[in-house]
Write a protein that binds this ligand. Structure first.
Ligand code: ADP
Ligand code: MG
Length: 589
């Protein structure tokens, strides 16, 4: 049960418990004292029955009823105090671990989020942390309380009648074996329950996020039957768990009944020989029965310990995930924005070939670079390299002469504003979404000005709550185009020297795109900008257009130059011009 690996886990958990050692000590002492009152009850029973009741005369033990109340009061008060203290420590530890996990989560690299499903991480922070406390304070409390109770009762029994005691003890192994068998089965079921829970959560998550697809493609029955399978299987597991747990009680009771029967028989014999009294016998039986519950709990301890250790493994697996590489030591103030791509290549982990290769590009401060190319040509990958979300796997990117790996990640990212294609907002107000990440308190005027620049004011002012409108999970109460304009307003507020727009206007209709484009054109003045655009009409006035094909720079030049080249760009332009006369018309403007 306690091997080297478990010991290591316990040691790490102890680090979290260390600040509370005084409270834990106090809680333990109180728990021990509370448990120590247990044998007092059977101990009172002997004088009560032997001398407490006399026919025709006043009982000499008039203090006894008071003592009973007193004992229960003492036990209750001590028990409450110890439970309170331990729960306090436990929740403090849970809170601290959760905080550490969440903070660590935000330091994890992009690759972590691509590797694991979100449900796994969520489960670790919400459930596993709870599980781990059962391995710590709850187990500790049980060991102390029930351990002391059992030892106390044991001692009393031994003192009372050691011969009887030895006979009673013979049932203990039987009890232990049956309890052990049942807990093993329970643990197996617990694992199955856990796995099934995850499957059920996944089914629900997918049904929620794909609800429209399910409805349109008529997949309701299919999804319901999938959920039915999982839910019904879970029901079966829970039933089997209940049977195992419920069997425990009658089995222990039956075993105890055997013990009691033997004790009664032996006590009868002893009483005939004048070796025991009624009080002594009653006290003995009571103490024996009182041992039952704590013994069962002690025998059951292995299950919470195993569950807790498994949970601890999950927790530390997350905490041990390597954080984002931040090797930089340079802190930049505000860069000019001269950016050099020096033979840059990138390959996704486990990918067969480079997503980007041999990218050579020298960008002047304030230059406006457009990136175009068919989907899958590496445009988004390119955009992810600059903020170091993805680490170049070959070559080097330099900003103002500093290799980006030499710059502190926070400092590097301070230099850029990023607007992506899929904008997910925080479930908060519009104002807070625009001001997100601001290092100082912003006035409503500033937020309003940014919204105006992003052409978001038009729709915000029509909302009943205006800037105080809650946008819903991910911002789903807004349209894609509205979300993008919020994201652009955020970028306006950040006022960073480098701007990265990855299809930032893709969700807009032609007309609003024209407005937003005007706003972006203004925003790009004096900033080094990278604009990835699907609609070529929006990037025609870029200083240079980089055409990517299969991860390589295929063409580079101005709109006019590339048209004259009559290559990929000219082809793309022609295709789009034919398909969208409106876009071509705005392009001429
Ligand atoms: P674009 O934005 O130009 O459409 P991307 O930069 O998103 O293209 O993708 C470039 C290539 O890299 C594609 O072939 C794509 O399949 C691959 N790719 C993108 N993301 C990943 C990833 N997380 N893991 C593996 N391959 C990826
Ligand atoms: Mg893309």
């Amino acid at each position: 049960m306690i091997d080297k690996n478990n010991l290591k886990l316990y040691k790490r958990l102890l680090i979290y418990a260390r600040p509370y050692y005084k409270a834990i000590g106090l809680g333990s002492v109180l728990a021990a004292l509370s448990a120590a009152t247990e044998p007092l009850l059977p101990a009172l029973m002997k004088p009560m029955l032997d001398q407490g009741f006399r026919f025709g005369e006043r009982s000499p033990l008039i203090w006894l009823p008071f003592a009973v109340v007193g004992i229960f009061f003492l036990r209750g008060a001590l028990g409450f105090a110890s439970t309170y203290i331990m729960a306090w420590v436990q929740n403090k530890i849970v809170y601290q671990i959760r905080l550490d996990m969440f903070a660590h989560l935000l330091r994890l690299p992009n690759t972590y989020f691509q590797k694991y499903p979100s449900a796994k991480t969520i489960n670790r922070i919400t459930n596993d942390v709870n599980g781990v406390t059962s391995a710590s304070t709850t187990v500790l409390l049980t060991i102390i309380k029930d351990g002391v109770t059992v030892i106390g009762l044991f001692a009393w029994l031994l003192y009372l009648n050691w011969q009887l005691m030895l006979i009673a003890v013979t049932v203990v192994p039987v009890l232990m074996i049956s309890v052990r068998k049942l807990s093993k089965r329970l643990r197996r079921l617990m694992h199955a329950e856990h796995d099934n829970m995850v499957m059920m959560t996944t089914a629900i998550q997918e049904a929620i996020s794909n609800q429209k697809v399910i409805k349109v493609y008529g997949g309701e029955a299919q999804e319901v039957s999938r959920f039915d399978r999982v839910a019904n299987y879970l029901r079966g597991i829970l039933m089997r768990g209940t049977v195992s747990a419920a069997l425990g009680t009658p089995i222990t009771q039956l075993t105890s009944a055997f013990a009691v029967a033997i004790i009664i028989a032996v006590a009868m014999y002893q009483s005939a020989e004048g070796m025991t009294t009624i009080g002594g016998f009653a006290s003995f039986i009571t103490a024996t029965l009182m041992m039952n519950a704590p013994m069962k709990r002690l025998a059951d301890l292995n299950a919470p310990i195993q569950r807790g250790l498994a949970a601890a493994e999950h927790i530390f697996a997350l905490l041990d995930e390597a954080p984002e590489r931040d090797t930089g030591s340079v802190t930049l103030d505000k860069v000019r924005g001269d950016i050099v791509f020096d033979r840059v290549s990138y390959r996704y982990p486990e990918a067969e070939r480079d997503a980007l290769s041999a990218i050579d590009l020298v960008v002047r401060p304030g230059e406006r670079i457009a990136l175009v190319g068919p989907s899958g040509s590496g445009k988004s990958t390119f955009a992810n390299l600059l903020p170091n979300f993805l680490h170049v796997t070959g070559g080097e990117i330099r900003i103002d002469g500093h290799p980006i790996d030499s710059i502190h990640l926070t400092s590097l990212r301070q230099q850029m504003a990023l607007v992506t294609q899929e904008v997910l907002l925080f479930n908060d107000t519009i104002a807070n979404n625009i001001a997100f990440g601001a290092t100082r308190q912003l006035s409503l005027e500033e937020i309003r000005a940014a919204a105006k620049a992003a052409h978001a004011l038009e729709f915000i002012d029509t909302l009943p709550d205006g800037f105080d409108t809650l946008v819903g999970e991910g911002g789903m109460r807004l349209s894609g185009g509205q979300r993008q304009r919020i994201a652009i307003a955020r970028a306006v507020l950040k006022n960073a020297p480098i701007l990265i727009l990855d299809e930032a206007t893709s969700a807009l209709d032609n007309e609003s795109e024209r407005y937003v484009q005007a706003a972006l054109d203004e925003l790009m003045v004096g900033r080094t900008s990278f604009v990835i655009a699907h609609r070529l009409s929006t990037i025609e006035n870029a200083d240079r257009i980089v055409v990517l094909k299969e991860g390589r720079i295929a063409e580079i030049g101005t709109h006019a130059e590339l048209l004259a080249l009559n290559g990929i760009y000219a082809y793309l332009h022609q295709v789009q011009g034919d398909a969208k006369p409106a876009a071509a018309a705005t392009g001429d403007a």
